[in-house]
Design a protein around this ligand. Structure first.
Ligand code: LP5
Ligand code: MN
Length: 245
């Protein structure tokens, strides 16, 4: 049976053409023969609204996703902290299915929880406050009412600010909080597997919750290390891609 693939944090943008090229190859050489591809957030460096799909770089990515879907691979997309404004118009144009922020799925008999990962970083209070603000409907409506050029310059300023803030935050603060992980697993009835991205710290953490074993798979950021997770009857494996094929 063809595997199900997982990626996140591609952060695609015109200023990193090597990553976009790597992604294109991944789609045609690897994802095309998979049964499904799950993109767990931050496909784009940032997304300022579906009315920006005609921008040439965005249009090219959309066309590649569309081709993959038409070739028979189901593509599922979850929002990240950079591209949560992706909406129904994007889904209609590409044929991808938009996921909610927390998904549960059964893979070869193994219940698996999917999320971007930012909601587990609860020690980063400044970010969590920011998240509440930008995820509110009124705030988004106001942001989207502005012209694209205005939105773009605001978000570019915000990206600079985010990089500056991150350089001042301790590394520990920006990782997931293990208590938040345990709380989630208990709420969700102890699924044995959890997959997320966001922290850019690829790993498989094994631990147990109230006697239930669990694996937490963390996906890599593509500008650091292009890779994907593949799950089939044989289990789950992480595959590193050649960054410059
Ligand atoms: O993304 P990354 O990896 O750099 O860091 C994240 C958190 N930062 C963010 C911000 C995004 O990078 C910015 C791009 C979002 C695009 C969304 C488009 C629509 C919104 C438009 C807004 C104008 O998510 C970072 C975390 C890090 O992950 C690790 O988890 O630490 O969090 C921050 O940097 C947040 C700061 O700590 C607080 C920011 C306060 C800014 C308040 C200004 C709000 C008004 C903006 C108007 C221009
Ligand atoms: Mn992220």
């Amino acid at each position: 049976l063809a595997p199900t693939l997982f990626v996140s944090d591609l952060h695609l943008c015109p200023s990193r053409p090597d990553v976009a090229r790597r992604f294109e190859l991944f789609l045609t050489e690897t994802a095309a023969s998979a049964s499904a591809l799950y993109i767990l957030g931050d496909l784009f460096e940032y997304w300022i609204g579906d009315d920006d799909v005609d921008e040439p770089f965005n249009a090219a990515i959309c066309a590649r996703l569309r081709r993959l879907v038409e070739g028979g691979t189901a593509v599922h997309l979850m929002h990240g902290n950079r591209d949560f404004l992706i909406g129904d118009a994007f889904a209609a144009r590409t044929g991808v299915r938009l996921l909610t922020d927390l998904e549960r799925l059964n893979l070869a008999g193994v219940p698996t929880l999917l999320l971007h990962g930012d909601t587990l970083c609860v020690d980063d209070r400044a970010y969590q406050d920011f998240r509440i603000m930008v995820r509110s409907e009124t705030w988004q409506r106001r942001f989207l009412a502005q012209p694209l050029s205005e939105r773009r310059s605001q978000v570019e300023e915000l990206r600079r600010q985010s990089e500056k803030e991150k350089s001042k935050k301790p590394m520990m603060l920006m990782d997931v909080n293990q208590d938040a992980v345990l709380r989630l697993l208990r709420e969700q009835n102890h699924p044995p597997r959890l997959i997320h991205g966001h922290t850019h710290r690829p790993a498989c953490h094994e631990f147990s919750v109230d006697g239930h074993p669990c694996q937490r798979w963390v996906l890599a950021a593509w500008e650091e290390q292009p890779s994907y997770l593949a799950i089939d009857q044989g289990g789950c494996r992480s595959v590193w891609l050649d960054p410059a094929p």
